[in-house]
Design a protein around this ligand. Structure first.
Ligand code: CU
Ligand code: CU
Length: 290
């Protein structure tokens, strides 16, 4: 039977505890840090002249779908009743919500060094030491809302702006793609200042600290953001049943700037030997509930 991913705001105390406990157990076994490492290794930007599968590329959605599935399966080996909850940031928009409670994600970073001091992922509570990172801090950091230069979480209108676009993705298939659902929801724009980040990217900015870069998986809220992004991808497909569900259908040709730098619908995405086409639906694996 397909498991149901629930809205984090409707989890009971016991359900929150089971999710958090499974994550902590995965961390203790060293497996959590393998997920962090994978994400760091695939954090390739479109300035790099190599294959991009995870970000700034059409396969942003299927790559993260598979990544979440791997994570969820690892959790389910620990507790078969656990699924990854999603965070609807168009509705749960404050640093004071239950998401940031001491029995869930824990709270904001403190002012001096942005160190998270409360909850299961506070270093001082003994269960969450950062091991895979680009810098050397051992503790998880956050700066909810970006205190120095505040940003808001994306709104329902921001999501609608992406959702209304009936093309999955457009050339040049990177962070500069001017149209298309993929880049509008991933959230790169040519605007200046805070408008540069929309939707998914804006959420990473709003949480701040570890959520800012390739090592963002160190903050477990990463998974809750990406579960919601995955849900929105579903919603887009349902809204545009006549659109090509993935583009490009064929690889860019020799001579194209994106030649061998992005994957087409039937090409495999590393580190898995699976093509976007195989991930367009998650029927039978999980569903989204309220
Ligand atoms: Cu990512
Ligand atoms: Cu992300």
């Amino acid at each position: 039977m397909a498991a149901t991913r629930r809205n984090q705001s409707s989890l009971s105390r016991a359900e929150r505890r089971r999710f958090v406990d499974a994550v902590l157990k995965l961390k203790r076994r060293g497996q959590y840090d393998e997920f962090v490492r994978t994400h760091i290794d695939f954090y390739v930007s479109d300035g790099d002249r190599e294959l991009r599968v995870a970000h700034m590329a059409p396969s942003f959605f299927p790559w993260h779908r598979r990544f979440l599935l791997e994570f969820e399966r690892a959790l389910q080996k620990i507790d078969s009743g656990v699924t990854v909850p999603y965070w609807d940031w168009t509705k749960n928009r404050t640093a004071g919500g239950s998401l940031w409670g001491a029995d869930m994600m824990g709270g904001n970073g403190r002012r001096s060094d942005r160190q998270v001091m409360t909850g299961p992922f506070a270093h001082k509570n003994g269960n969450w030491t950062i091991k895979e990172d680009v810098t050397d801090g051992e503790f998880l950091t956050r700066d909810l809302g970006r205190s120095q230069d505040p940003v808001d979480l994306p709104t329902a209108q921001d999501v609608e702006w992406a959702m209304a676009d009936g093309r999955y993705d457009v050339e040049p298939w990177d962070s500069t793609s001017p149209e298309g659902f993929r880049n509008k929801l991933e959230g790169w724009t040519s605007a200046r200042g805070k408008e540069r980040w929309r939707n998914h990217n804006r959420v990473h900015r709003w949480v701040g600290g570890h959520m800012l870069g390739g090592a963002s998986v160190n903050d477990p809220v990463f998974w809750l953001n990406h579960a919601f992004v995955d849900l929105l991808w579903d919603r887009w497909q349902r809204r545009h049943p006549r659109s090509a569900p993935y583009l490009p259908a064929r690889p860019p040709e020799l001579g194209s700037d994106q030649y061998q730098r992005i994957v087409a619908r039937h090409e495999p995405m590393p580190p898995w030997d699976v093509a976007p086409d195989a991930l367009l639906s998650h029927k039978g694996q999980y569903t989204y509930g309220s």
